[in-house]
Design a protein around this ligand. Structure first.
Ligand code: ARG
Ligand code: ZN
Length: 480
């Protein structure tokens, strides 16, 4: 105990920066060796997250005073526990300046390094397994910046400036590690959590977020506060928050939840988008039915899309896919909807495993086409040709620029097709449903899928998957 406390205080007091040491803390002699919290150990992003930290819930109070800018203030309360003794808490946070940190309500020492993107907090005593704590972080200012190496954008909190007659807007686009640009989080998919978000916006604006809307009330500043509850755990990058001038379109609930439970349907369209933008979203209910038939019950309480105007990639934000106007077509919508099972409900143990998200979501495009009466042969041939034109590699990624490449999407989908070609469709459907139902409680790996494939479908199916997963070359076209 004592040693840990000494280390903690050294870390916090020994540093330059904005360390705030409340007078109630004992002063201890400094130690020379600094301690650093151990990150999760991701093979692509070795600095992300904290090993042994388990965030159960993020409770957010966000104020977007000037939509369309990068200004954000708010308070987040993290309910945390640990899987091993943690002398300090180390959160990922590039974002606005920290004003205050509390541990179970009491002011706590902290150090915020906005360049490293770490907020280190010293608890009064180490966090132990099965102990719970509430950590409050209040912040205000400009959000952090995290460029994407492959896209001309920064991931995380997006600002769409007011332009001409258009009002400003903001939204999240965080995969893989952008949530830390605006919230202090354990920013790794192996630690999914529930979220409650209260978002206060000026008069005339609407806020939307992952989960079910619980209230929409007048705020003291003349604006409104919208409250959303995401009651099932999701990875941090999948958190959707949108602020803008929107029309919400409610549609009939779809009975594809657990035990046939109704899934609430709502979509958000910014005012002024072309009328035709809405056409694709009419299919959302049917997409949910087709995918729930292949994958098992839809895993959340609500589903829909929030449409955004910038040309960005679509993103499978939980319960509320983020859909650019320019990607508002059924095929992209099918893909993002499939990610609700693969990525949002089932989460990755390591970013190198991201083909487990992208391969399944891409494969859903084929399942949808076949449900529309197509053979799908053209699509599979198209995939194979495209995979052949591009550089190939084993499915588990080794660099950041491989995460969202053709291999993750197309070779990933073909690997699943190769498994399907070893069995009949009834067995393949049971296999997909079993993968979701048996492996959703823990973050997944390719090794899990290989083991599961052998157990469920036998050695031939496993060998097919292994060839597609591991061969340095592109394997031959899968055939029944
Ligand atoms: N998961 C998204 C999709 O396929 C793609 C996100 C790409 N993100 C990135 N940072 N490159 O639907
Ligand atoms: Zn995808």
């Amino acid at each position: 105990w004592r040693l840990s406390s000494l280390l903690v205080l050294t870390l916090l007091t020994g540093a330059q920066g904005q360390a705030v040491i409340p007078t109630v803390l004992p002063t201890l002699p400094p130690l020379s060796a600094p301690v650093a919290a151990e990150p999760v150990g991701d093979s692509i992003f070795p600095a992300l997250g904290q090993a042994g930290l388990d965030v159960l819930n993020y409770d957010l109070d966000l104020f977007v005073d000037r939509p369309g800018t990068s200004e954000l203030r708010g308070t987040v309360v993290l309910t945390v526990t640990a899987t091993k003794l943690l002398p300090v808490l180390s959160l990922d946070f590039l974002g606005p300046q920290v004003l205050e940190v509390r541990w179970n309500g009491l002011a706590a020492p902290y150090r915020h390094d906005q360049t490293l993107g770490k907020l280190t907090v010293a608890p009064p005593q180490p966090l132990l397994p099965d102990m719970r704590a509430r950590v409050t972080v209040r912040f205000a200012g400009q959000v952090g910046v995290r460029p994407d190496p492959d896209l001309p954008l920064n991931v995380g909190w997006q600002a769409v400036p007011a332009l001409g007659g258009r009002v400003g807007a903001n939204f999240t686009l965080s995969e893989p590690d952008g949530t830390r640009t605006f919230l202090p989080v354990n920013d790794h998919p192996s630690d999914p959590a529930t979220f409650t978000a209260r978002i206060t916006v000026p008069a005339g604006y609407t806020a939307a977020a992952s989960g079910v809307q619980r209230s929409d009330v007048a705020a003291p500043n003349g604006g409104r506060t919208f409250t959303f509850e995401q009651a099932q755990p999701i990875p941090t990058y999948a958190l959707a928050i949108h602020v803008g001038r929107f029309g919400r379109v409610d549609s009939a609930a779809v009975p594809v939840g657990e035990g046939g439970a109704d899934v609430i349907r709502r979509d958000y369209f910014p005012v002024g988008v072309p009328a035709g933008t809405r056409d694709a979203y009419v299919s959302t209910g049917e997409i949910l039915r087709v995918l729930a038939d292949w994958f098992g019950p839809y895993p959340f309480s609500t589903y829909g899309s929030a449409i955004v105007t910038p040309r960005v990639p679509a993103l499978e934000t939980a319960t509320l896919s983020t859909m650019p106007v320019t990607s508002s077509n059924v095929r992209v919508l099918v893909h993002e909807t499939a990610h609700q099972w693969f990525g949002d409900r089932m989460t990755l143990a390591d970013w190198s495993e991201v083909w487990l998200n992208e391969g399944f979501a891409t494969y859903a495009e084929l399942l949808w086409a076949q449900a529309q009466g197509e053979t799908g042969d053209d699509m599979v041939r198209g995939w194979y040709a495209r995979a052949g034109r591009n550089q190939t590699r084993p499915l588990v990624a080794t660099t950041e620029s491989e995460l969202f490449d053709t291999t993750a999407y197309i070779r990933g989908a073909l690997a699943l097709h190769a498994v399907r070609m070893t069995v009949d469709d009834a067995a393949f459907k049971a296999y997909l449903r079993g993968w979701v139902s048996e492996f959703s409680s823990q973050p997944v790996t390719t090794a899990d899928l290989l083991t599961y494939t052998r157990t469920r479908l036998g050695a031939k199916a496993e060998a097919a998957l292994r060839l597609w997963a591991e061969s340095p070359e592109l394997p031959p076209m899968p055939q029944r």
